[in-house]
Design a protein around this ligand. Sequence first.
Ligand SMILES: C[S@@+](CC[C@H](N)C(=O)[O-])C[C@H]1O[C@@H](n2cnc3c(N)ncnc32)[C@H](O)[C@@H]1O
Length: 282
Amino acid sequence: MRSAARLARARVFFGHGTDNARDEAAALVLHALGLPPGANAACYRRRVDRAGELRVRELLRRRIDERVPAAYLTGVTWFAGARIAVDPRVLIPRSPIAELIERRFAPWIAAARVRRILDVGTGSGCIAIACARALPRVRVDAIDISPAALAVARVNVSRHRLARRVRLISSDHFSALGNATYDIIVANPPYVGARELAALPPEYRHEPRLALAAGSSGLDSVRVILARAARHLRPQGLVIVEVGNTERAVRRTWPHLPFVWLEFERGGGGVFLLTREQLQAN
Ligand SMILES: C[S@@+](CC[C@H](N)C(=O)[O-])C[C@H]1O[C@@H](n2cnc3c(N)ncnc32)[C@H](O)[C@@H]1O
């Protein structure tokens, strides 16, 4: 595939929902030609007209010259089997937490017990939507400090017809939640430290800074979550937080907390789990 070879030669960075040139090239070409993302092999034998060819070229140019992540060019990605609309107002969904949600949080909590979930820093709404789809009786509160991100989340929630079970709330962390309590608090907060942020590949500059940057050490948001989550958890409730490469700093900063670091079959890591009781004991 010529487009895949061009992407590979240009050494674009993969990691915003795909991890190889072939998948990205397929997504871009199918999008440019107005074909569905899962189009079958027969499509590849179709003749492409001049206009289609120009659209493919323009997408490849923006991907290579401007380093725009493919999902922003196609406007769509997939998370835990759900189609999620994305644009530069939101981080491109890629959290390994998707896998845990698909397993309905097994073995950490009995799904039948879960009634309310809080998604902190919902962005596109991907985690909240995935939770609501995996657990049909659950109600989800999804908070974000960014009105722009909440506007994208609103589109996604409505496309999945989940407006009755997923409530979008404008909030700086827990501040707008009053005394609400949850069985699970799940968060993929910003966790990139200043030095790491400066060294990220150019693709990340297209994502909202608010979604990535978390102070000099990357711990600003995690610190608030660890300090305040217990108050919003029900007995035996869980807090699950992605901290990515900041895992080492988290372990160092809170050596007394008995973090369980989750493992994922599809890769990724840096996600911890704690119970309300573990948080309160420390
Ligand atoms: C890493 S992104 C995660 C987005 C989405 N949950 C995902 O997994 O793709 C972090 C999100 O947290 C939001 N955020 C940043 N600071 C926040 C704060 N103080 N309170 C609430 N949300 C915040 C950002 O706007 C962003 O949407």
